[in-house]
Design a protein around this ligand. Structure first.
Ligand code: SAM
Length: 248
């Protein structure tokens, strides 16, 4: 799989992709990440990528010609793989774990990073397949959003996490879609707070039950909306009923 990121600040990406899982996945050939300067698709002497908005008002707008030319030169032809062109925008569909899983199934994701007031709407009409937002918050540019998308997708690619971790145990995926359970490591006691006994006992069945119940309790307390989509067993339902009764 590969990502192609189009930005007016290519240097922004020199740090985030040079560490940890993304770096390892790149080195292992699991993912390729190309960062492209939007200015390379300008033809004027000053490499202008933005202009004032028609109709007046504050701020600048990214011009359509360089962005469309960038997509047309970067996007893989259908015979070379499944590609999707994504515009980062606060107005897009919320990028969540399900979206990350979906994007991980493409051969190429082209990510367009907006700046200023955003991009000329004709870019969306001409070449954008999807608009994604990383949350109901306005960032100064799409670069951080692109980093979030790349990070979340790369860790789902087979082989990227190594054997020490599995994405299928994380929040939203593990325990059938619940939040993750709490984790502890050594020391067994820290500032008078002890690790739960069950985790020290070595009984794997009891540990699995404890983890499942912790995941259920956390999800109910913090994100009850997620429980809607989870396949709950009889034990789960009983446990949640008890939890609700004790909370009253
Ligand atoms: N005028 C735009 C609006 O109100 O919808 C906001 C533009 S924002 C200042 C500049 C760029 O940052 C956007 O074009 C987009 O690429 C990026 N951006 C800002 N917030 C984002 C978010 N929540 N998710 C994804 N991208 C975002």
């Amino acid at each position: 799989m590969r990502f192609d990121i189009v930005t007016i600040f290519p240097e922004f990406f020199s740090g985030p992709f040079e560490h940890g899982i993304i770096r390892r996945a790149k080195d292992a050939g699991i993912v390729g990440v190309g960062v492209h300067d939007l200015r390379s698709w300008t033809s004027d002497r000053h490499h202008v990528v933005d202009d004032r908005p028609f109709g007046g008002g504050a701020g600048m707008v990214l011009k359509p010609e360089p962005l469309v030319a960038a997509v047309e030169s970067l996007r893989l032809p259908p015979e070379r793989g499944r590609a999707v062109v994504v515009l980062t925008t606060p107005q897009g569909r919320l990028f969540d774990q399900r979206e990350a899983e979906r994007l991980a199934s493409f051969d190429q994701v082209v990510l367009l990073c907006g700046r200023y007031e955003g991009v000329d709407e004709r870019v969306v009409t001409a070449v954008v397949d999807e608009e994604l937002s990383i949350g109901d918050v306005v960032l100064s540019g799409g670069e951080l959003a692109a980093c979030v998308v790349v990070d979340a997708v790369v860790r789902l690619l087979p082989g990227s996490l190594g054997c020490e971790h599995s994405a299928s145990e994380d929040s939203f995926s593990g325990h059938g879609g619940l939040l993750d359970c709490p984790h502890y490591t050594r020391p067994a006691e820290f500032r008078g707070i002890a690790v739960p006994d069950v985790l020290l006992g070595g009984n794997h069945a009891e540990i699995a039950t404890w983890r499942r119940r912790q995941a259920l309790a956390r999800t109910w307390q913090r994100r009850p909306d997620l429980l809607e989509g989870v396949d709950l067993g009889e034990d789960d339902k009983r446990f949640l009923e008890e939890l609700k009764a004790t909370a009253k």
